[in-house]
Design a protein around this ligand. Structure first.
Ligand code: ADP
Ligand code: ZN
Ligand code: ZN
Length: 743
């Protein structure tokens, strides 16, 4: 809370101070004297302030106006200028970013800075002056006009604004500056950014489907809670009409001219989804994704913050988009790992969405065919309400599963005779075939048949992938590349062979077996050019390419109505991954890929190749489905006290010198013991799964507790100590709270 001396206070009146979050690696804010001739009363948290910091100038965010500082006033520097007339970071985003900074142990200045679009971070004005206007606040909208009978000029303005909830330009308002000031001071109107073009009235254009009973129940449950906080897990098998449920909820929200924020894993991968929203609603939409340049991003951000865009769709970072009139938050594919940021402020956009919805008092819907164990656990703990869509829409049933035992089978470039026979049968029956292999390139590595040498990356503990068409070896971890060796560097032999399969190699094999059949390969290598992915997906949907082959780009969210056979070429990696989430990820991937099959009226067939056909989790998954798998996996996690049955954080360190990271982490462990927290366990330090990556050695320390509070308190103290520690300067260290990836 801002402190200000009131008249009559007999303490010495000092100039107020500004507490500012300045982007820096330090986990604290800084106090400044206000710029000369500043109207302190006009300052609000979230405004940008230009300040001197060390030898440079930078832009910080005002956190509060205060009377006291722990630092001697004489030593405080003076801020140079306040850049905003209204806060660049709205109160809601400011609160969320502050919370995220504390929870994820990331410096406050950097965290707030990350919440701003790049152009605002660099000092650009928040809005085009032409676009500023006025609109009613919530209080103003609910005002009883009778209370204002003796202020006709104020009433007139309120009436005018009432007919235009999105706001009016200053010039369009018939009001004197005094009237506007009075209304603003009463809290009935506020300044806003306006759309540049005329906003059409919200209408639903394309009609939706008649909902089935489960969809209707889900829509009703959420609609009943509009206007207050509630968290829902919408679990619907693939093709059960989850998106249709979102659309109906959103229709109700925008009918009240409130906004819906929808988070999706990767917009580039699901161009159809945005199209579906556009076709359904003739309302302004803002789409935020990594393909935007800085000014496009700022424009979309403004249209969301002004309330003009009633629908805001974006990837992970869109959780920081301001909303003038929030109505509902939706997180699609809530299990997807891409919702967790893997560097900098390591936030989970899903978890922030739930936090934000609570703050905004709006419902949040997390949707998935394969919910994360975290969300299922939250359902079990009665924190989320469970909405189920158990059946597919239309006549197609769920696909049937078959496990193909690869042991002792002859394999041709990763394809077993059984798989080839099934592909042939489906093609003959006019079906479309989708083959999934989560590895691009020709082969995962190159081996010398004479001595066993394997082509490794010189900068990583990883193998080089063979890319045949380009005659190159590439490291998928650091990007380094070199021509394919002609001689073995170890023995000089010439019998160098690609080992294992990537999509490029399988495609060649398919060309030999099915020369007359049209094929489409969709992976990162075939979709480098802009627009190429959308183009290939379009062809795939249209039924061109009787065989579709691809990596997980092909697995997510697409509808291929003619696909009758899904072949999963290799699941064994997922069954034996070192990460405790490996089996969960594998199961989600299988179900998601399988979900592409049999959507029109033909039931699909899913065939999984494995060397471990009896693996218990795989068996549970294909025989009893994802919910049964999830129950079993959750029981295992609880027995092992792994998340979500406990809370974990990783302290990571990396350096170019091999011994530094683990040495540093030993010191961290020592500090933790000195801090003496009873209910947090410490494991390690151990080298990371891939110890060396891009020339740096990496190690990690695992902290685990059943008490989130204890873990948080420990991390807070620890980070403050590390900030001071000399040893911490020799390594690059970071904290990852609720890590999604254990490497
Ligand atoms: P999901 O998001 O669960 O994969 P979608 O909402 O995309 O499912 O629905 C799958 C398909 O079923 C889409 O083609 C959609 O148009 C259609 N669909 C959705 N709901 C219904 C319904 N109630 N009746 C008929 N078809 C529907
Ligand atoms: Zn050799
Ligand atoms: Zn590498």
């Amino acid at each position: 809370m801002p402190h200000r001396y009131r008249l009559g206070d007999n303490r010495p009146v000092h100039e107020s101070l500004l507490t500012i979050a300045v982007p820096s690696p330090l986990h604290r804010s800084f106090d400044y004297l206000p710029p000369l001739a500043t109207d302190i009363a006009a300052l609000l948290p979230g405004m940008r302030v230009r300040v001197p910091f060390g030898a440079r100038m930078t832009i910080g965010i005002l956190l509060e106006v205060t009377a006291h500082s722990r630092i001697d006033r004489k030593r405080l520097k003076r801020a140079l200028a306040v850049l905003d007339r209204s806060p660049a970071l709205s109160a809601d985003i400011l609160a969320m970013a502050r919370w995220a900074s504390a929870y994820y142990q990331y410096p406050i200045g950097e965290a707030l800075s990350a919440a701003l679009p790049a152009l605002l971070r660099r000092g650009q004005p928040p809005a085009d002056p032409d676009d500023t206007g006025w609109r009613l606040t919530m209080a103003g909208a609910h005002l009883d006009p009778a209370t204002l009978r003796r202020a006709p000029r104020q009433t007139a303005v309120l009436r005018q604004l009432h007919s235009r909830p999105e706001g009016l330009r200053r010039a369009e308002l018939e009001a004197t500056p005094e009237v506007l000031r009075t209304l603003r001071e009463k809290g009935w109107i506020e300044a806003c950014t306006l759309a540049t073009s005329d906003t059409p009235a919200p209408t639903e254009c394309e009609a939706g489907h008649v909902l089935n009973a489960a969809q209707q129940a889900a829509v009703d449950a959420v609609r009943e809670t509009l206007g207050g906080f509630a968290a829902f897990l919408l679990e619907g098998v693939t093709g059960s009409g989850k998106t249709e449920v979102y659309l109906r909820i959103i229709a109700a929200v925008i009918a009240e001219r409130r906004q819906a924020l929808i988070l999706v894993p990767e917009i580039g991968l699901t161009p159809q989804l945005v199209e579906r929203f556009r076709r359904r609603f003739a309302v302004p939409l803002a789409v935020l994704h990594s393909g935007l340049n800085d000014s496009e991003r700022l424009a979309a951000w403004r249209r969301a913050g002004s309330g003009e865009a009633l629908i805001v769709i974006g990837t992970r970072s869109a959780i920081f988009t301001p909303l003038a009139r929030p109505g509902v938050l939706v997180v699609d594919e809530e299990h997807d790992a891409s919702l967790k940021q893997q560097d900098g402020l390591r936030y989970s956009a899903r978890d922030l969405a739930v936090w934000r919805a609570r703050q905004l008092a709006v419902p949040v819907v997390l949707g998935s065919a394969t919910p994360s164990l975290e969300s299922l656990y939250n359902v079990a703990q009665a924190r989320y309400r469970h909405l189920l869509l158990p059946e597919r829409t239309g006549s197609a049933g769920l696909p049937s599963y078959e496990i193909l035992d690869l042991r002792r089978q002859p394999l041709e470039h990763g394809l077993s005779p059984g798989m080839l026979a099934r592909i042939r049968a489906h093609l003959a029956d006019d079906g479309q075939v989708l083959l999934f292999l989560n590895r691009r390139g020709y082969a995962p590595t190159l081996i010398c048949h004479d001595c066993g040498w394997i082509a490794g990356c010189s900068r990583c503990d990883a193998r080089m992938t063979v890319h045949q068409a380009e005659r190159q070896l590439r490291c998928h971890h650091c990007g380094s590349q070199r021509p394919v060796d002609t001689h073995c560097p170890a023995c000089g032999g010439e019998d160098l062979r690609p080992l294992g399969q990537g999509t490029e190699r399988v495609e060649q094999a398919l060309a030999e077996h099915f020369p007359e059949v049209e094929r489409l390969r969709i992976d990162r290598d075939t979709t480098r050019r802009k627009g190429e992915l959308a183009n290939l997906l379009q062809q795939a949907r249209a039924g061109h390419g009787r065989i579709l082959l691809g990596t997980q780009m092909l697995a997510k969210g697409h509808h291929f109505p003619d696909v009758t056979l899904v072949g999963i070429l290799n699941v064994d990696q997922g069954l034996f991954g070192i990460d405790f989430r490996a089996s969960e990820r594998m199961a989600q991937l299988i179900i998601q890929v399988a979900g592409r099959a049999g959507r029109r009226d033909r039931t699909g067939q899913v065939v999984i190749q494995t060397h471990h056909p009896d693996h218990p989790l795989l068996q549970t998954l294909v025989r009893q489905g994802y919910p049964a798998f999830a129950r079993a996996a959750l029981a295992e996690r609880e027995a092992a006290r792994l998340p979500p049955a406990s809370h974990i954080a990783l302290v990571r360190a990396e350096a170019t010198e091999a011994s530094l990271p683990s040495g540093f982490l030993e010191g961290v462990k020592q500090q933790i013991h000195e801090l003496g927290v009873a209910d947090v366990e410490v494991w390690g330090p151990v080298p990371a799964g891939m110890e060396r990556r891009a020339g740096r050695f990496r190690a990690q320390l695992l902290l685990q507790s059943t008490q989130r509070g204890s873990l948080q308190r420990l991390l807070g103290s620890l980070v403050r100590r590390l900030e001071q520690a000399k040893a911490a300067r020799k390594v690059r260290w970071s904290v990852d709270v609720d890590p999604a990836d254990m490497f």
